[in-house]
Design a protein around this ligand. Structure first.
Ligand SMILES: NC(=O)c1ccc[n+]([C@@H]2O[C@H](COP(=O)([O-])OP(=O)(O)OC[C@H]3O[C@@H](n4cnc5c(N)ncnc54)[C@H](OP(=O)(O)O)[C@@H]3O)[C@@H](O)[C@H]2O)c1
Length: 342
């Protein structure tokens, strides 16, 4: 009988729940434990919360260190972290997991390419991962794939690349509630502007990280990277989403743009548009060069499903990867790994 990879899930919010379910359903993965700090979750049985047939006896714990102590005889291979977008918040969890001898994969957007926003923290985490002989990786559907790794891979057949333009045009009507909230769905225009300015809502996190990842992979020597403040998209008629009803005059979501420039010339443009009932929905990469390439995912990548897929497919790959802090451009040929065993 082939042996499955043992995985601990940290963070049991919307994504964490879907990840735990995917781990239970995937034969080459075994859910070793689930940790979430929410006191109401302590002691709750995982499959009962997921409304799944009970296959394991896994309950949720609040305390990561105690849980790892309990698992010390059969430690998990990999920790999956789905708790926060911000690296400073996730760092203690990452450090604990690396020190416990696990490879770590996190959905933390700022970890997808952390060297520019958090140079010191990146160095510390890289040194820790190296000294523990473990791999640390930030991933997800975006950042982590659609607006960075995918355009990087598409340049492989190009003899030359002059410009890169990536557009994510997403219908956010059925995205998870936290996502619809963070793009301002249902707000007034004034509240949206205030909430963005004060950081109450973040919009998409990761455009700058994606631009730096592309720039480094292609050695573009960018001298200016900028993300512009997101602009609200206003409803002209009533729209009903899975989270809220948006009335005419209220915010459907947003449009964000980030650019990477060299000597005043824009080489990379990333357009992230996410709003209720956006049509058509698509993900597109356009490369100007030799040859020109245009690639489109019609209908757009389902973001939440794709995020879970990215995470669980990377489990066998981070175990094989060299130690240290890596980014998606460093992982050899990411792919589906449901048939790969320990
Ligand atoms: N890169 C990508 O493509 C991508 C895609 C999707 C999501 N994400 C990111 O993934 C993260 C998770 O998303 P989500 O929608 O599931 O968020 P969520 O619903 O807010 O869930 C996060 C959960 O983690 C818990 N938590 C917070 N700090 C913790 C800690 N130190 N230890 C254990 N549990 C902790 C939270 O508890 P409390 O509520 O009590 O704080 C909450 O239950 C977000 O930052 C999101 O932006 C990235």
């Amino acid at each position: 009988m082939p042996e499955p990879f043992r995985v601990i899930q940290i963070g049991f919010g919307t994504l964490g729940k879907w990840i735990a379910k995917a781990i239970i359903e995937r034969e080459n993965l075994q859910l070793a434990a689930v940790v979430d700090i929410a006191p109401v979750l302590e002691g709750k049985q995982v499959e009962a919360l997921l409304k799944m047939e009970r296959k394991t006896s896994t309950i949720i714990h609040n305390d990561l260190s105690n849980t790892l102590d309990e698992l010390s005889e059969t430690p998990p291979d990999v920790a999956l972290i789905a708790t926060s977008s911000h690296l400073k918040k996730v760092k203690p969890t990452i450090s604990t997991c690396l020190q416990a001898g696990m490879d770590v994969i996190s959905l933390c957007e700022e970890l997808s390419y952390p060297y520019v926003r958090h140079p010191q923290l990146s160095k510390q985490l890289h040194n820790l991962a190296n000294s523990e002989g473990k791999t640390l990786l930030g991933t997800g559907i975006n950042p982590g794939f659609l607006m960075d790794l995918l355009p990087i891979i598409l340049t492989a057949p190009c003899q030359s690349v002059d410009k890169i333009h990536v557009t994510r045009n997403m219908n956010s009507s059925s995205r998870r509630e936290a996502f619809q909230k963070k793009v301002g769905t249902g707000m007034t225009k004034e509240d949206f502007k205030k909430a963005i300015a004060t950081g109450t809502i973040t919009g998409h996190v990761g455009l700058v990280e994606s631009i730096h990842m592309i720039g480094t992979a292609l050695n573009l020597q960018l001298d200016h990277v900028e993300e512009f403040p997101p602009e609200p998209v206003i409803a002209t008629e009533k729209i009903v989403t899975t989270y809220i009803t948006v009335n005419a005059g209220e915010v459907r979501g947003l449009k964000s743009r980030g650019v990477g420039q060299k000597a005043g010339d824009t080489i990379i443009t990333l357009d992230f548009n996410a709003y209720a009932d956006a049509s058509p929905a698509y993900d597109e990469v356009r490369l100007e060069g030799q040859p020109n390439i245009q690639q489109r995912i019609e209908g757009g990548m389902p973001g939440d499903e794709g995020t879970v897929g990215m995470l669980i497919n990377l489990v066998p790959l981070v175990i094989k990867a060299p130690p240290g802090l890596l980014t998606m451009k460093d992982i050899p040929c990411p792919h589906n790994t449901e048939r790969v065993w320990k």
